[in-house]
Design a protein around this ligand. Structure first.
Ligand SMILES: NC(=O)c1ccc[n+]([C@@H]2O[C@H](COP(=O)([O-])OP(=O)(O)OC[C@H]3O[C@@H](n4cnc5c(N)ncnc54)[C@H](O)[C@@H]3O)[C@@H](O)[C@H]2O)c1
Length: 259
C-alpha cells in the first residue's frame, strides 16, 4: 500500500448517505465508492436512487438504494436495520437531505417553516442520535458529515427558513463533536456555496445568477465532484484523526466577499 493509500484507507467501510439520491451527495457517494466504500444511497426518489446505484456500479463501486421518508422517524430506524442486515456494519454517516421553500417571511406559513426545520434540522438530529447510539454501543470510530450551507453563515434573500435550519446544523455539529469526542466519533460540517442542482435551479433566475457570480471570486458555480476530496478526507479516520467540530466551506470564495 502506498503512503496515500494508508492515509486514506477506506476499503471495506460502509457509508449511509441520507440525501444520497440528490445532486451533491450522489457525487460524494461516487467518490467514496471509488475509494472502496460500500455506499447506501437513501432518499425519497427511487428512480434517482437506482440511477445513482447504476452510476456507482459503472464506475466499479458497490452501492444500493434504501427509500427513506424523513418526515417519519421510524424510517431512519428501518434504514439502519436494513443496512446492518445487508452490510453488517456502518462507519460513515452523511446527512445531506435538504429542502428550501424560498419565500420571504410574510409569505411563509408556520407549517412551511416547520417542514423545512423538520427535514433539514430535526431529521439530521434524529439520524445523528440513532446512528450515533449504534456507533457508541459498538465502539466504532465513526465519521459523521452534516451538510450545512453558506446561507447558514450569512442570510441570503428568500431563504430565511432554510438559513435558520442550516445555521442550527452548524451549531448542532459542534455540540455533537464535543459530546462524542471521547467515543472517537468525529462530527464535521461541509458548507457548500452555489452548486447547480434541481432544488436551486428552480430558485435561480438570470439576475440572481449574475449576482452570485459577481460575488464569487472564482466567477463560477461549483461542480459536485469538487466536494469529493473533502468528503474523502473527513471520512478517513487516519487522514482526519484530529478534525472534529469543524466547518469546511467550499464556495469558490463567495463567503470571503463583502463589497
Ligand atoms: N446545491 C447547492 O448549491 C447547495 C448549497 C448549499 C447547501 N446545500 C445542501 O447540500 C445538501 C444536498 O443538496 P443538493 O443540492 O444535492 O439537493 P437535492 O435537492 O439534489 O437533494 C436533496 C436530497 O434530500 C432528500 N430529501 C428531501 N426531502 C426528503 C424527505 N422528506 N425524506 C427523505 N429524503 C428527503 C431528497 O430525496 C434528495 O436526496 C442539502 O442539505 C442542501 O441544503 C446545497
Amino acid at each position: 500500500m502506498s503512503y496515500i493509500e494508508q492515509l486514506y484507507d477506506l476499503k471495506g467501510k460502509v457509508a449511509v448517505i441520507i440525501g444520497g439520491t440528490g445532486e451533491l451527495c450522489s457525487h460524494m457517494a461516487l467518490g467514496l465508492a471509488k475509494a472502496g466504500v460500500e455506499v447506501v444511497l437513501s432518499g425519497r426518489n427511487e428512480d434517482k436512487g437506482l440511477a445513482g446505484v447504476d452510476m456507482i456500479e459503472e464506475a466499479g463501486g458497490s452501492a444500493y438504494f434504501v427509500a427513506t421518508d424523513l418526515m417519519e422517524k421510524g424510517s431512519l430506524y428501518a434504514l439502519q436495520d436494513i443496512v446492518l442486515e445487508r452490510s453488517g456494519r456502518i462507519d460513515i454517516l452523511i446527512n445531506g437531505a435538504g429542502v428550501n421553500i424560498g419565500k420571504p417571511v410574510f409569505d411563509t406559513p408556520t407549517e412551511d417553516f416547520q417542514t423545512v426545520l423538520d427535514i433539514n434540522l430535526t431529521a439530521t438530529f434524529q439520524a445523528c442520535q440513532i446512528f450515533g447510539q449504534y456507533f457508541i454501543e459498538h465502539s466504532i470510530p465513526a465519521s459523521i458529515i452534516n451538510l450545512g450551507s453558506i446561507a447558514g453563515m450569512t442570510p441570503i434573500s428568500n431563504s430565511f427558513a432554510y438559513s435558520a435550519s442550516k445555521a442550527a446544523i452548524h451549531n448542532l455539529t459542534k455540540n455533537l463533536a464535543r459530546e462524542w469526542a471521547e467515543n472517537d466519533i468525529r462530527v464535521n460540517t461541509i458548507i457548500p456555496g452555489f452548486f447547480p442542482s434541481e432544488q436551486n435551479q428552480r430558485a435561480l433566475d438570470e439576475t440572481r445568477i449574475l449576482e452570485i457570480l459577481r460575488q464569487t471570486p472564482m466567477s463560477r458555480f461549483g461542480n459536485p465532484e469538487e466536494l469529493i476530496g473533502l468528503t474523502l478526507l473527513l471520512s478517513s479516520a487516519k487522514a482526519s484523526s484530529y478534525i472534529t467540530g469543524s466547518e469546511f466551506v467550499i464556495d469558490g470564495g463567495f463567503s470571503t466577499m463583502s463589497i
